[in-house]
Design a protein around this ligand. Structure first.
Ligand code: ZN
Ligand code: FE
Length: 261
């Protein structure tokens, strides 16, 4: 099987658009629709015909271009069953554990509520890539607009079960700001210090920091690291080493601190 081709480009202020193309079948999916005109222009640059939209969640910077793109391409819109009423033009409803094919490439769905109640991610196990929307970011995670810390922590736990070399395509370029926050709660993490420096030099050249890998996130992302004593201490929990720290509580406090950082 020829590996899936992924074409990534900036949209709006800090979103990324993604086109996922299977050479053999010609099937092409847009992961979310931040900006209809940009996505249609990138499709014609590539000379690809859009067959699918994969929506991660209902926010306008993810589903706002659905109708215009569907009218232009007659593509099929796939989105979260749990949020079908808020996904414009949705045709096919999917949820946790569902699997389907994009050409020859299996695509598996995970429900990841927290940022929104119906957020889903798209994982391509044979290609080792995951499109995670606003659930996980490089050194960050989505804000909890419609979910509890426990729900989001559970959603992130599903992601951490994937192989460490999984390429994580997040929907925003938030990395530099995320790194500054991460360093504030875990200043002694050498992997984080090194990565923050790399990110600064990438951004100075206006280069993307996406995709990341799951392994790198496990080493540097504070929202995947509530078991770090340095983090639990810095968020005001578990400094004594005598009591067992509640990971959800550490996660919740870290998320709350980031909200006002
Ligand atoms: Zn969002
Ligand atoms: Fe977003």
């Amino acid at each position: 099987m020829i590996p899936i081709e992924i074409h990534m480009f900036p949209c709006l202020n800090d979103n990324y658009g993604f086109l996922v193309h299977d050479q053999e079948s010609g099937f092409t999916a847009a992961v979310d629709t931040p900006e209809a005109e940009t996505i249609l222009a990138e499709l014609s640059k590539k000379n690809w015909n859009l067959t699918h939209i994969f929506n991660t969640h209902h926010h306008a910077d993810h589903a706002g271009g659905n109708i215009a793109i569907k009218e232009a391409t007659e593509c099929l819109i796939i989105g979260p069953r749990a949020d079908a009423s808020r996904i414009p033009g949705i045709d096919k409803l999917v949820g946790d554990g569902d699997e389907f094919l994009l050409g020859g490439h299996p695509v598996r769905i995970f429900d990841t509520p927290g940022h929104t109640r119906g957020h889903i991610i798209y994982y391509l196990p044979e290609d080792g890539v995951a499109f995670v929307g606003d659930t996980l970011f490089a050194m960050g995670c989505g804000r909890l607009f419609e979910g509890t810390p426990a729900q989001m922590w559970n959603s992130l736990q599903k992601l951490t079960q994937l192989p460490d070399d999984t390429e994580i395509y997040c929907a925003h370029e938030y990395t530099q700001a995320n790194a500054r926050f991460a360093l504030s709660v875990e200043p002694g993490n050498q992997a984080l210090i090194d990565r923050a420096r790399e990110v600064d030099s990438l951004r100075a050249r206006n280069e993307p920091t996406v995709p990341t890998t799951l392994g790198l996130e496990k080493a540097t992302n504070p929202f995947l690291r509530p078991m770090s004593l340095e983090i639990s201490t810095n968020v005001g929990l578990g400094g004594s080493g005598t009591e067992e720290v509640d990971l959800v509580e550490v996660f919740a406090r870290t998320r709350a601190l980031k909200d006002s950082f």
